[in-house]
Structures are given as C-alpha cells and as structure tokens.
Write a protein that binds this ligand. Structure first.
Ligand code: UDP
Ligand code: MG
Length: 236
C-alpha cells in the first residue's frame, strides 16, 4: 500500500467534521502509510463546507469536492473515488457513527481480500431502523445470492482500481460488495463498532430506503445475470 484515500460524503454534518478528521488522523497514525482525506460536500446548507475548507487550510492531507446541488450519497462516493490518488479507498459516514479506530484492524485483511466491509453487529440506531435493516439485507441477500449481513455499513475498505471501474447510479452504494465481486474482488465482512448519532440527523427514512432499495435490487440482479465474466485462454 502506497497511499490510503479516505472518502467521506458530507451532507449537513458541520458539528461532526473536526472530530471525525482528528479520529481518522489518530487511527491512521497506527498504520505505516501516508493518507489523504477527501470530503465530498453534497451541497450542505449548514457550515459543513466552511469547516472542510478550514481543515484543508490546516492539513495538507485534506482535499474536498463541493457539489452545486444535492446529488446523493452514491454520487458523492463516486466523485470521491474518481478523485482519489490512493491504491486503497476507505469510506465512512461523516456522522461519527462509524469509528475510524476500526480501520487498522480491517486493513490487516487487505491483500488476502480486495474488499473489507464493516458489520455493525451492535448497531446504535432505533429499533425500526434495525428491523428494516434486517429485512432489507435478507431480501437483498436472497435476490442476489449474497451473504452480507450489513451492506449499509459505510465503513468499507476497497482496492482502488476495482472500485473506480464501477459506474455508480443513485442508491448503488448499498450494493458495493456485490458490485465489487462483479469486478473480481474477494470480499470479507468484519464486525465493527457503531455509535449513536450525537449531532445532525439521518438523511433517510425507512420508507425511502425500503422503496429505493427494492427497485435497486432488481437492477443489481440484472447486472449479475448479464455480467461478462471473460476468462482468457491465450493471448498474443
Ligand atoms: N449523505 C450525503 N448526501 C445525501 C445523504 C447523505 O452526502 O443526500 C451523507 C451523510 O452526510 C453521511 C452519509 O452520507 O455522511 C450517510 O448518511 P446518513 O448518516 O444520514 O445515513 P444513515 O447512516 O442514517 O443511513
Ligand atoms: Mg450514518
């Protein structure tokens, strides 16, 4: 690993960003590898962009992209992936619910695996959110022959060249393990910690997530069926 790129989508997270950067910095100090942090501001209407700009002035590792319109989490991730210079891309939410302290342990699997995805086994969210997540993940797994318990966990580590090939569409961030497998990735799911949201609010209702997720799973199933799995026999 030569460079780690941490990609963080941001929509109205002003109170979380400084603490988040400090936590990322101290977690990655345990890893002997340079890093960059790319904040993608999805047209926040609070002071998030101003806070990100302050961080960029203070810390040379900080880069940012600012969207003109709110375009969604998948778009923010996609833009961050394309901008990333690292060999390895790490994603997490900006809301401090993911703990960057989990990153060093996850990175130990890198090399044997091309994607390490978090599983918030002890999830700190409302009961309704947890139940919807179990139903959503079970349905998604059944439809796509997957075994991932928690595809909604944003804490993920991925091989940059593979994830950059994925053309993202709205909502597809929920299918990254499957989309990475279509690129040939070896995927492992690791238990990570999870914390309650202390500042700001979730951007999704259970209805919205459920409705969108149902349509998206049909698209991903189609992609799986139609995937070109080319195996070369010979070449000159
Ligand atoms: N987010 C974004 N654009 C959106 C919605 C969310 O950039 O339109 C960001 C948000 O700031 C957070 C991450 O995506 O960093 C996940 O959103 P959130 O934490 O609200 O979702 P939840 O964890 O509740 O599912
Ligand atoms: Mg979140």
């Amino acid at each position: 690993m030569k460079l780690l790129s941490v990609v963080i989508p941001v929509c109205n997270e002003e109170e979380n960003l400084k603490t988040l950067f400090a936590e990322v910095q101290s977690a990655l100090a345990q890893v002997d590898c340079p890093f960059e942090v790319i904040f993608v501001d999805d047209c926040s209407i609070d002071q998030s962009l101003a806070v990100i700009k302050d961080l960029a002035v203070e810390h040379p590792q900080v880069k940012y992209i600012a969207f003109e319109m709110n375009t969604g989490q998948s778009a923010a991730l996609y833009a961050g992936f394309q901008q990333a210079c690292g060999d390895v891309i790490i994603t997490l939410d900006a809301d401090l619910q993911n703990d960057p302290g989990d990153i060093p342990a996850m990175l130990r699997y890198y090399g044997d695996y091309d994607m390490i995805t978090g599983w918030r086994k002890n999830r700190q969210d409302t009961w309704s959110k947890k139940i919807c997540s179990i139903v959503g993940n079970s349905f998604r797994n059944w439809m796509t022959a997957e075994t991932i318990h928690d595809t909604g966990c944003s804490l993920k580590i991925m091989r940059a060249d593979m994830v950059k090939k994925i053309k993202m569409f709205r909502g597809l961030h929920r299918f990254l393990p499957t989309l990475m497998r279509l690129e040939g990735a070896r995927v492992i799911e690791i238990q990570v910690s999870h914390r309650p949201r202390l500042h700001g609010v979730s951007k999704y209702s259970n209805w919205r997530r459920g409705f969108e997720g149902f349509h998206d799973v049909l698209a991903v199933k189609w992609l799986q069926k139609r995937n070109l799995s080319i195996k070369m026999k010979d070449m000159q």
